[in-house]
Design a protein around this ligand. Structure first.
Ligand SMILES: Cc1ncc(COP(=O)(O)O)c(C=O)c1O
Length: 376
């Protein structure tokens, strides 16, 4: 039997909401299902000033416009991250200063950020890799000390917490992804949270193609007009209907994923204890939302061999980000610093299949194959 790398949880209930949306003939943006999603996010996580977007990439682009990034500005971003994290700032001509990961987990190494700050630095961009929190206390204190914005990429982090507070509530602006690889998905989708509420009304304008359409529909102006830059950052209500059904299933989805994650963790802990390779490392004060389970192989060669070995049993395991500082596009612009941990995770990290419908039995089988590969 083929075991895919990832699969969206769909239990049929989503059809009811999608049908309902179709029947209403209101499938554009900012409709009732968008409102349902935003109300859910407020009730469950306390998120206010939220905007659904067609993707997380779009939400990050909105951050770059809201903070008026220009070629004069610099932003610090972990190199072990997705292109979407850097692209919007590159589009604005700003300088990207790539930061290294921690030695024992792929999050940005907070102890090495300060040396990258210059008078031109405008923001620090962080990613909670696999929904496991960065060292937020340290990063927030740096932002306060140097008067920098914090952009929090919580793309992986739905329903994960730091010191009891949901990830996504720490940045001046925070973003989530609902791409099909994420715990909660509507195929393609994103979320922007303006924890600094002063950005919210401009964010609505950016979303609505640079117009004050939203103020018009709220009766605040008598006609709507082109008032700023912007783009089409609106999510269709049809996708919001699917997203809403996912939110209603959040607890089921999370429980199933965590059960699978725990099997991997229990069965493969021997790899840690025998010093063969390390498995997903949780950080201090963070919960685990079971977004990823990964192994850090001893070399690129070993990772390739293990992935091939698993493939021979129709099991798909996958590497993740390739360091952005050494990408074909960015390497000529990079300042030459060696980011040893970022490269290590790029070469050695292998993600195991993880989705809510993966059976416990399959998770055990996958683990057994891995143990066998390592001669255990
Ligand atoms: C950390 C991170 N940020 C942003 C994105 C972009 O998300 P989207 O595909 O919703 O644009 C991804 C994609 O996987 C990601 O991993």
């Amino acid at each position: 039997m083929t075991i895919p790398f990832t699969q969206v949880y769909l239990d049929g209930s989503e059809q009811k909401y999608i049908q309902d949306c179709i029947k209403s003939k209101k499938i554009g943006g900012s409709g009732s299902y968008t409102n349902n999603c935003l109300t859910f996010l407020k009730d469950k996580f306390g998120f206010n000033n939220t905007i659904l977007t067609p993707s997380c990439t779009d939400a990050i682009e909105m951050c770059s416009i809201l903070l008026n990034f220009t070629p004069e500005d610099e932003i610090i971003i972990p190199s072990f991250s997705f292109v979407s994290c850097a692209l919007p700032f590159e589009l604005r001509g700003s300088k990207i200063v790539f930061a290294d990961s921690c030695d024992d987990n792929p999050n940005i190494d907070a102890s090495k950020i300060e040396e990258l700050i210059t008078p031109r630095t405008k923001a620090i961009f962080i990613i909670h890799y696999g929904g496991i929190a960065c060292d937020l206390d340290k990063i927030i204190s740096l932002c306060e000390k140097y008067d920098l914005y914090l952009i929090e990429d919580a793309a992986h982090s739905v329903d994960s917490y730091y010191k009891g507070k949901p990830l996504g509530s720490f940045g001046d602006m925070s973003v989530f992804s609902f791409h099909e690889t994420k715990n909660i998905s509507c195929g393609e989708g994103g979320l922007l949270i303006l924890n600094d509420s002063s950005f919210y009304s401009r964010a609505e304008i950016l979303r609505d193609k640079g117009t004050n359409r939203s103020a018009f529909f709220q009766g605040k102006v008598d006609k709507y007009n082109w008032v700023d830059v912007g783009s089409s950052f609106v999510q269709s209500d049809l996708l919001a209907a699917l997203l809403y059904s996912q939110f209603l299933n959040l607890d089921v989805i999370q429980k199933k994923r965590i059960d699978v994650w725990n099997i991997y963790s229990e069965k493969l802990s021997v790899l840690n204890s025998k010093g063969i390779c390390s498995t997903t490392k949780l950080t201090e004060h963070s919960t685990n939302n079971a977004h990823v389970f990964y192994l850090i192989c001893r070399s690129l060669d070993e990772r390739i061999k293990l992935a091939k070995y698993l493939k021979s049993f129709d099991i798909t395991a996958s590497f993740h980000y390739q360091s952005l500082h050494s990408s074909p596009y960015y390497s000529p612009k990079h300042d030459g610093r060696i980011l040893i941990n970022s490269d290590k995770f790029s070469n050695q990290l292998l993600r195991l299949p993880l989705y809510s419908d993966l059976s416990i039995q399959d998770a055990e089988t996958i683990s057994n194959h891995i143990l066998k590969f390592y001669g255990l």
